[in-house]
Design a protein around this ligand. Structure first.
Ligand code: HEC
Ligand code: HEC
Ligand code: HEC
Ligand code: HEC
Ligand code: HEC
Ligand code: HEC
Length: 272
C-alpha cells in the first residue's frame, strides 16, 4: 500500500512537471510552411506586423540585426547558434544579456537550459501553439481560430506570456516564461504581481494589459481580442466595447472619447 501511494504521488508530480515545466519545446511547424497555405489571408500583413519584425536582419548583412519594430531600436549581432549579443549605450557588446533577459519575448521557442532560440522574431507558434495540420478540416483544433478565441483566460495566458512585463519564471528566475506553450496555464510557472494595476508609476500601456489579465482571471469575458485584431494590426473595435474602468486607463471620466490621456510607455524590463 505504501509503495502504491508513493507511486501515485510520483505520477502526480510528473504530470504537473509536464504541464508547468516541460523539459523542452515540442516540435512545431514553422511560419514559412503555414504561409505556404495562408499567403493570401495572412502573408501580406504579416510582413509588416510588429511581432514578425521585432528582430530583423539589417539589409545587406548576415550578422547584424535590429531589435524593435516601431522605432525604439537596439542593435544585435549573431553570437553563435540561437544567440545574439546586444549593444549597450556605451557602444560595448554584451554577450549574455539578450539570452538572459530578452530572448523569451522577442524570439521564438527559447530553450530554458541553453537560452538559445529556434527562430528570431515572433513566429506563429508563439500565439497559435504547436499546430495540428488536421485543422484544415476542423478549425476548432487550432488556437485563436474563429471557434477558439472566446476563452479570456486562455488568451490572457497567450498574450500575457510576453505582454506582462515584470513577471518572473518561478523555476528559472528568467524575466520571461519557461517553455510556455500556448494553451498552457501561464501562471503555473510565471509569477506576476497583478496588484501593480494600482501602482501609479505604471504607464497606461502596461496598466491596461495588467488590468485586463486580472479581470480575465477573475472571470471577465473581456479579452485582448475584444479590442485588438492582431493580423489587421488594429484596435478599431475597442470603440464598440462597453464603457468600464478599463477605458479610464486612457480616456477621461467625462468628456468625449476622442480625448485620450497623454501617456508614454516605458519599461524597466525592456530598458526604454
Ligand atoms: C512571444 C511574445 C509575444 C506574444 C505571445 C504576443 N506579443 Fe504582442 N508584442 C510583442 C512584442 C515584443 C511587441 C513589440 C514589437 C516591436 O515593436 O518590436 C508586441 C507588440 C504588440 C502590439 C503593438 C503593435 C503595434 O504595431 O503597435 C499589440 C497591440 C500586441 N502586441 C498585442 C498582442 C496580443 C493581443 C497578443 C495575444 C494574441 C500578443 N500581442 C502576443 C510580443 C508578443
Ligand atoms: C516579458 C517579455 C519581455 C521581455 C523579457 C523583454 N521584452 Fe522588450 N518588449 C516586450 C513587449 C510585450 C513589448 C511591446 C510593449 C508595448 O508596446 O506596449 C516590448 C518592446 C520592446 C522595445 C520597443 C520596441 C519598439 O519598436 O518600440 C524594445 C527596444 C525592447 N522591447 C527591448 C527589450 C530588451 C533590450 C530586452 C532585454 C533586456 C527586452 N526587451 C525584454 C516584451 C519583453
Ligand atoms: C502575436 C500573436 C500571433 C501570432 C504570432 C500569429 N497570430 Fe495568427 N492570429 C492571432 C490572433 C489573436 C488571431 C485572431 C484574429 C486576429 O486577432 O487577427 C489570429 C488569427 C489567425 C488566422 C485566422 C484569420 C481569421 O480571419 O480569423 C490565421 C489563418 C492565422 N492567424 C495564421 C497565422 C500565421 C500563419 C501566423 C504566422 C505567420 C500567425 N497567425 C501568427 C494571433 C497571432
Ligand atoms: C496545407 C495547408 C495549410 C497549412 C500548412 C496550414 N494551414 Fe491553417 N488552414 C488551412 C485551411 C484549408 C484552413 C481552413 C479554411 C480557412 O479558414 O482558411 C485553415 C485554417 C486556419 C486557421 C483558422 C481560421 C478560421 O477560419 O478560424 C488558423 C488560425 C490557421 N489555419 C493557422 C495556421 C498556422 C499557424 C499554420 C502553421 C503552423 C497553418 N495554419 C498551416 C490550411 C493550412
Ligand atoms: C478595452 C479594450 C482593450 C483591451 C481589453 C486590451 N487593449 Fe490593448 N490597447 C487598446 C487600445 C485602444 C490601445 C491604444 C491604441 C493602439 O495603440 O492601437 C491599446 C494599446 C495596446 C498596446 C500598445 C501600447 C503602446 O503604446 O506601445 C499593446 C501592446 C496592447 N494594447 C496589448 C494588449 C494586450 C496584450 C491585451 C490583453 C491582455 C490588451 N491590450 C487588452 C485597447 C485594449
Ligand atoms: C490603452 C489605451 C486605451 C484604452 C484602454 C481605451 N482606449 Fe479608446 N482610444 C484610445 C486611443 C489612443 C484612441 C484614439 C485612436 C483610436 O481611435 O484608436 C481611442 C479612441 C476611442 C474612441 C473614438 C473617439 C473619437 O471620437 O474619435 C472611442 C469611442 C473609444 N476610444 C472608446 C473606448 C472605450 C469604450 C474604452 C473602454 C472599453 C476605451 N476606449 C479604452 C486608447 C484607449
Amino acid at each position: 500500500m505504501k509503495s502504491q501511494a508513493w507511486l501515485t504521488s510520483l505520477a502526480l508530480a510528473t504530470t504537473s512537471l509536464v504541464s508547468a515545466q516541460r523539459p523542452a519545446h515540442p516540435e512545431f511547424v514553422h511560419g514559412e510552411e503555414c504561409l505556404f497555405c495562408h499567403r493570401n489571408d495572412i502573408g501580406a500583413s504579416w510582413q509588416k506586423n510588429a511581432h514578425a519584425n521585432t528582430v530583423r536582419e539589417k539589409p545587406g548583412s548576415k550578422d547584424s540585426f535590429t531589435l524593435g519594430a516601431r522605432g525604439g531600436a537596439r542593435e544585435l549581432r549573431k553570437a553563435g547558434y540561437g544567440k545574439f549579443a546586444i549593444r549597450e549605450a556605451d557602444g560595448s557588446w554584451n554577450e549574455t544579456k539578450f539570452g538572459d533577459r530578452c530572448a523569451g519575448c522577442h524570439t521564438t521557442a527559447v530553450d530554458g537550459e541553453s537560452k538559445t532560440f529556434q527562430y528570431y522574431g515572433i513566429d506563429c507558434y508563439a500565439c497559435h501553439g504547436a499546430v495540428n495540420l488536421e485543422h484544415t478540416n476542423d478549425t476548432s483544433l487550432i488556437l485563436l481560430s474563429k471557434k477558439q478565441r472566446s476563452d479570456a483566460r486562455k488568451i490572457a495566458s497567450i498574450c500575457g506570456s510576453c505582454h506582462l512585463r515584470g513577471g518572473q519564471s518561478k523555476a528559472k528566475g528568467f524575466p520571461y516564461p519557461y517553455h510556455f506553450v500556448p494553451g498552457d496555464d501561464l501562471f503555473a510557472d510565471f509569477q506576476v504581481d497583478l496588484s501593480k494595476v494600482d501602482d501609479p508609476a505604471l504607464n497606461p500601456g502596461d496598466r491596461h494589459v495588467y488590468r485586463n489579465v486580472r479581470d480575465a482571471l477573475a472571470g471577465s469575458e473581456l479579452s485582448c481580442l475584444s479590442c485588438h485584431s492582431v493580423h489587421q494590426n488594429s484596435s478599431d473595435k475597442h470603440r464598440r466595447v462597453l464603457t468600464s474602468n478599463v477605458c479610464l486607463d486612457c480616456h477621461f471620466e467625462s468628456g468625449p472619447k476622442k480625448n485620450v490621456k497623454k501617456y508614454q510607455v516605458s519599461s524597466a524590463t525592456c530598458e526604454y
